[in-house]
Design a protein around this ligand. Structure first.
Ligand code: UDP
Ligand code: MN
Length: 296
């Protein structure tokens, strides 16, 4: 019902979903109030989505940052696992941002897949490394991605693909439900509640996780530009949003609703333990050793 109604409302993603027979699921929320689908296992036929995107000629850019110790700690596993599970069958270009291009692991890429390395400066504060990603992503979309790829997906590097992360996740503007918050009441969402920050919001629709976001190159460019602008304004005003780029992403998604939402299957933390609604894990949080990763 959600799918048919939203198809009528001309959400392009939803008309595709209607034609590919996207299903609902009784035990979870599968549609937002603005009629964007929330994608869970069991709702879609993977082959239909893959065939549709192959025939449309869709291609995907994946951006990932591996700066300082994160390179050695995570990049190899991230890329190897994404070769196994991320958008298999579609053309994929990795954009790896690092301060040490010469230290990149040797990864064997499948046909149709390639990798570009972009050198970035290493900020001394991890918060700044995280936040300046928004600027680097919008720059590379403008200079390169927009000429080569239909879609862009942006990932934290401290994660490992463990199951299909496929073309069903593609859409105009895609946000991810944070694994730790999707089942909690809204008053526990950790939005930035400092009125002096550009990320300020009292309440919202969901708590989105900044470890994964994506969409058409145009949407992701608009999102990353707006978030970076908010981050810079905050700096001028001597404030920093509670969860940095994630706070700004949540504010942006409040004002510009995503056309597609991914369930926490698309970025799960096994520390949460068993949940009956999580029928498959597609991407898992990797263990974090903040003491060694974040000290200079
Ligand atoms: N990052 C990095 N080097 C750093 C800090 C961050 O490469 O020193 C990148 C990396 O891709 C990381 C992302 O920024 O996954 C976000 O930081 P982090 O994962 O530490 O944040 P958390 O997920 O813990 O909020
Ligand atoms: Mn992370």
């Amino acid at each position: 019902k959600c799918i048919l109604e939203s198809a009528k409302m001309l959400n392009l993603d939803s008309s595709v979903d209607a034609s590919l027979n996207l299903q609902s699921r009784p035990d979870v929320q599968t549609c937002t109030y603005w009629k964007a689908a929330i994608i869970w296992e069991g709702m879609f036929d993977p082959r239909l989505y893959d065939d549709m995107h192959k025939s449309k000629g869709s291609s995907v850019a994946l951006t990932v940052f591996a700066v300082g110790r994160y390179l050695d700690a995570y990049l190899h596993k991230f890329l190897n696992s994404s070769e196994q599970h991320f958008m298999v069958g579609l053309p994929v270009t990795y954009y790896v941002f690092t301060d040490m291009p010469e230290m990149l692991p040797d990864i064997k890429l499948s046909p149709l897949r390639s990798l570009k390395v972009i050198k970035v400066k290493k900020n001394s504060r991890w918060q700044d490394v995280s936040m300046t990603r928004m600027k680097s992503i919008s720059d590379v979309i403008e200079s390169d991605i927009r000429h080569h790829c239909t879609y862009v997906f942006c990932f934290d590097v401290d994660q490992v693909f463990t199951g299909r992360f496929g073309s069903e996740a593609l859409g105009d503007s895609v946000a991810l439900l944070h694994a730790h918050y999707y089942h909690l009441p809204k008053h526990l969402y950790t939005y930035d509640r400092n009125p002096n920050s550009k990320a300020y919001m009292e309440t919202g629709d969901f708590y989105y996780h900044a470890a994964v976001f994506g969409g058409s190159w145009k949407s992701v460019k608009a999102l990353t530009e707006a978030c970076y602008q908010g981050i810079m304004e905050d700096k001028q005003n001597n404030v920093e949003a509670l969860w940095h780029d994630e706070s700004h992403l949540n504010k942006y998604m409040l004002l510009h609703k995503p056309s597609r939402v991914l369930s926490p299957e698309y970025c799960w933390d096994t520390n949460i333990g068993y949940r009956s609604d999580i029928q498959v894990t597609r991407l898992l949080w990797a263990p974090k050793h903040y003491e060694t990763l974040r000290t200079p």
